[in-house]
Design a protein around this ligand. Structure first.
Ligand code: NAP
Length: 490
């Protein structure tokens, strides 16, 4: 198998954190195992905790052997991977610490340097500045920023200005791991690699679109961060709007960074603003109260660790977005995300319109149109529902599904999103990363919704943990003659 990739120093800030242990280091382990890392690539993890490099490697070994599926952790592979892995105890809020980092990296002309900031966003700007102060923000350097990027347009601009004063935009990689998912890229393949769907991909044929990202877990240990962010900042401003862009964008001229990002930006700019009283009509926010799942009691949000007992933070959002363009005029895009819901799932549903004239009776109360379901979680698949004749006498129709299950269709192991995205950063390919103007356009659309919620002084609607969210989220669609196409309706 050929060795891929440029020789690189991968510097992981926050190397002891949840993201590094659960996602980044396992992704690097797989890239190493499958020979996608250049033999000279080194990984340097940083955090304040004092560990000797050997003790850190032992810690990583224990953690990633827990996270990897059975059979994927191999002692021999680990031994070779561990030789790439080093650790430096360093407080990134202290400028004086950075000469030690520069010394650890040493002179390395021609090597790519990736600085992955898996720390809190409050540290991003100073980290970039201190990197520059010791000459590490040169042309060979790339910086990767995790979400959330700011709390509003204003704060996002502050971070982006500060990063931008040190790193040129072409070297800033704002990661949204949803874009690295196989099924999301398959959405692009489906739309732009097949002639079948594109002629139908418009308001003449599509009735509405639903994008749901639902989690069964509550805020777990992230109460401190989450209580200040809420679902709209944590999920809608980034993941859900990015998915919406990929569903709605025009075909880019080339599959290369600027062409793809230009098309996504046009969608964000065409989103009809939701302001003033429209916020009440077009959005629903909820917060989970006590509930249960499979007989197990689940706590209310305001009893979670590090959450304010009087918190008004939303853990659920549903909203109706509209895109003012020729292609999408009149097609509602319903977005929904929530914590502590009945099911864990991320999916995009494209509901096509019914045939103009019904010749045959339809079985059940399914809407008559075809439906395309792109599922990102828990499994990755694409399903197309078609009307078929129900067996037996008569011509009663029933929806049946053509199912493209990636695990079945492709026997090869599917890459985790972080594997693909880390390799893209090393190779300098920003196609699947967000450009600054996309972030700004997304905040410009989200800020007035947050302001509308603040101005109405209403608390979020309660929903029982383990349920499908507040009833108002169902009413939002019922008013348009639609309903959420989830397990309740299938
Ligand atoms: P975390 O578990 O709290 O880890 C934070 C890391 O930063 C730790 O390694 C911590 O180690 C280090 N750190 C904190 N202050 C530091 C300082 N002054 N100098 C050097 N290191 C410092 O957080 P996380 O869940 O990994 O998340 C990291 C970032 O990724 C956050 O911005 C989060 O929003 C984002 N994110 C996380 C996930 C996820 O799945 N976890 C998903 C998407 C985005 P020490 O305390 O030892 O310094």
């Amino acid at each position: 198998m050929p060795q891929r990739g440029l020789a690189c120093d991968m510097v992981v800030f926050g190397g002891t954190g949840d993201l590094a242990m659960r996602k980044l280091l396992p992704a690097l382990y797989y890239l190493h195992r499958d020979r996608h890392l250049n033999p000279d690539t080194r990984i340097l993890a940083l955090a304040r905790a004092r560990h000797e490099p050997e003790a850190y490697r032992t810690l990583v070994k224990r953690r990633i052997s827990q996270y990897l599926p059975q059979g994927d952790f191999d002692e021999q592979v680990w031994e070779a991977f561990a030789t790439r892995l080093d650790y430096l105890s360093l407080d990134v809020s202290q400028r004086v610490a950075f000469p030690r980092l520069a010394k650890a990296l040493g002179e390395s002309p021609g090597r790519v340097r990736v600085f992955y900031l898996a720390t809190m966003p409050e540290l991003f700007a100073s980290t970039a500045k201190y990197l520059a102060s010791v000459g590490l923000a040169d042309d060979q350097a790339r910086i990767v920023l995790e979400k959330p990027l700011g709390q509003s347009l204003e704060t996002a601009n502050q971070i982006n200005d500060q990063i931008g004063s040190v790193f040129d935009e072409s070297r800033v990689f704002r990661i949204d791991h949803y874009l690295g998912k196989e099924a999301v890229q398959n959405l692009l393949a489906l739309r732009f690699g097949n002639a079948l769907f594109e002629p139908l991909w418009r308001n003449a044929h599509i009735d509405h679109v639903q994008i749901s990202v639902l989690e069964t877990v509550g805020v777990e240990n992230r109460g401190d961060y989450y209580d200040k962010a809420g679902a709209i900042r944590d999920m809608v401003q980034n993941h859900l709007l990015q998915l919406l862009c990929l569903v709605a964008m025009e075909a880019p001229v080339h599959f290369e960074p600027e062409a793809v990002r230009n098309e996504k930006l046009k969608i964000l700019e065409a989103l009809r603003p939701i302001t003033g009283m429209d916020v009440q009509d077009h959005t629903v926010r909820g917060q989970y109260s006590e509930g249960s799942r499979a007989g197990e009691k689940l706590p209310a949000y305001y009893f979670e660790k590090s959450v304010d007992h009087d918190s008004n933070t939303e853990t659920f959002v549903a909203l109706k977005a509209e895109i003012d363009s020729w292609r999408w005029a009149g097609v509602p895009f319903y977005l929904r995300t929530g914590k502590a819901t009945a099911q864990r799932k991320s999916e995009i549903v494209i509901q096509f319109k019914a045939v103009p004239h019904r010749l045959f009776p339809q079985k059940g109360d399914d809407p008559a149109g075809n439906r395309l379901v792109i599922r990102l979680q828990p499994d990755e698949s694409i399903q197309l529902s078609l009307a078929a004749k129900s067996p037996g006498r008569g011509m009663t129709l029933q929806q049946v599904e053509l199912d493209l299950n990636f695990a079945k269709a492709f026997k090869r192991r599917r890459w985790d999103a972080y594997e693909r995205l880390l390799l893209d950063v090393i190779e300098g390919d920003a196609t699947l990363f967000m450009r600054r103007d996309e972030i700004e356009a997304a905040w410009r659309w989200v800020d007035p919704i947050i302001l509308g919620w603040q101005n109405c002084y209403r608390s979020p609607k309660r929903y029982a943990a383990g349920s499908w969210g507040p009833e108002a989220a169902d009413s939002l669609l019922e008013r348009q003659g639609h309903y959420w196409l989830d397990e309740r309706s299938r």
